[in-house]
Design a protein around this ligand. Sequence first.
Ligand code: ATP
Length: 516
Amino acid sequence: MASQEDVFKKLVAHCKEYGFVFPSSEIYDGLGAVYDYGQNGVELKNNIKKYWWDSMILLHENIVGIDAAIFMHPTTWKASGHVDAFNDPLIDNRDSKKRYRADVLIEEQLAKYDEKIDKEIEKAAKKFGDSFDAELYKNTNPRVQEHIAKREALHARYTKALNANDLVELKNIILDEGIVCPISGTRNWTDVRQFNLMFSTEMGSTADGAMKIFLRPETAQGIFVNFLNVQKTGRLKVPFGIAQIGKAFRNEIVARQFIFRMREFEQMEMQFFVRPGEELKWFEHWKQFRLKWHKALGLGDHKYRFHDHDKLAHYANAATDIEFEMPFGFKEVEGIHSRTDFDLSQHAKYSGKKIEYFDPELNKSYTPYVIETSIGVDRMFLSIMSAAYTEETLENGENRVVLKLPAVLAPVKACVMPLVKKDGLPEKAREIMNMLKFDFKCAYDEKDSIGKRYRRQDAIGTPFCVTIDHDTLNDNCVTVRHRDTMQQERVNIEQLHAMLADEVNMKKLFKKIVEE
Ligand code: ATP
C-alpha cells in the first residue's frame, strides 16, 4: 500500500493536473506558500463557501453577513493585540538553513509518542486476538506505560513553557528531546525568537505622510469594528451573529504542506454575541453545530475530533479546534473560541467610543461576550480533497482515480455525452445541456471512447455522466452513470432535471444538521 506521504504527493499532483490548484505565478517558479485555484478548484471552493454561508445565513434568522475591507485603520491591530502579540516562536537549523516553528517541532514530537503507544497496542492486539483488552494493556504494560509517562512529562513541560512565553525553555525542550532537523538530521539549532506574522504596506504617497497599514491576519476584526453599525441598522437583539468570508494574510514562517498553511488564504468566520455569563453554554452549542456541519458532508465521522487548546489566548476562556484526519495526521481545520468581551472592550478603549448593547429584557447595558467559529476555506478544501481522492482497481484489472466528492460540492454536476459524434446524437445532447445549464454546472464531452470520458469525469469528481445513444432518439431515455458505484440506469429525459436537483441539493445536508 502507498504510504500516506505518497498519497499526499499524488494528491498535490492531481490538484495541478486537473485544474484545481496551481502554484502562484508558476511561470516565475512560484511564490512560497501562495496558490491559485484553477477552473475546477474555484467551483469547489465556491461551493464550500456557499455551504458555509447558507448554513449560517439561511438556517439562523439571528445571523447576518457582512463584507468588510481587507485594509483597516492601523489602530485596529494595536487594539486587537496583533501588533504586540501575534507572534510565532521560530528556530533555525544552522546546517540546513531551514526555519521551523518551535511549537510545531515539539507538537510533532508529542505525536511521535502517540504513534509509539498506538503501535505497541496494535502489535499486542494482533498477538492476543479476540480476547485482547486494549485499555487494560495500555494501563499495565510497562513499555506502553513508559511511553505514556514520557509523553505526559513532555506535554506538561511544553504547556508550561508556552504559557510563560519562555523561549529559552522551548529551545531546551527541543535539545533535551533530541529533536533533529528533518533535512540536515542535526541538532545544530539557533535560539528561539519571536516573529510577527503580519504583512505591512504603505497607504498614501510619502509626500502626504504615508501611513503604515497591515493586511488583515484574520477577518474577525472587520466584524468587531462594525458591531454597532450592524446591530443598530439591523435592530438585532443579543444573542445574534455576524458572518463573513474573506481573505486573510499571514507571513507564516514554515510554509510547507501545500494549501494547509498559506501566506494568503481565506477564512469563514462568524462572531456570535451573547450575554456575559452565557458564553460557555453557547460555546458548547457552536461546537456541536459546527461538528454536525462537517459530518453532514459524509466524509467519515471517524475523521473528526476535537482538540482543546493547551494554551488559551490571553482573551479566551475556552477554545477548541475541530481537527480532520489529513494524509499527514489529524490537523486543525476550524477553531471555536470563547473570546469574552476582549475585542469589543479593546476597540471601545482605543476608539474612545462606547461599544455596548442595551438589553431590553434585563433593562441594562453591557459589552456582549463573543463566541467565534473560524474556519479556513483552503484547509476545508484540502480536507475534502484528501478524503475524496481514491485509487481503485476495477474488475477488468484497469485502474481509476476517482474523486469521491460530496455531490453538492462537486465542481461539475453532470457531463453530457453523445455516444457518437453523428446521427443527430450531438444535437440531442445539446438540447439536454440547454435544459440543465440554468441550474447545474454541466460539461459537454464528445471526444474519445465513453470509457475514457468516464475516467476524465471521475478524476474531477463529477457525480453523474449522462449518455445519449441511438435509443434515446426513440425512447427519450438516457443512460445515467453514477460515479462511485459506476452503476448505470436508464432515465427518462423528463425526469433528469428533478433527479439531479434532488441529488445535488444542499437542503438535504441542512436538514441533517438541523434535525439531528
Ligand atoms: P495554526 O495553529 O495551524 O497556525 P491558528 O490556530 O493560528 O492555526 P486561527 O488563527 O484559529 O488558526 O485561524 C482560524 C482558521 O483559519 C484555522 O482553523 C485554519 O483553518 C485557517 N488558517 C489559519 N492560518 C492559515 C494558513 N496559514 N493557511 C490556511 N489556513 C489558515
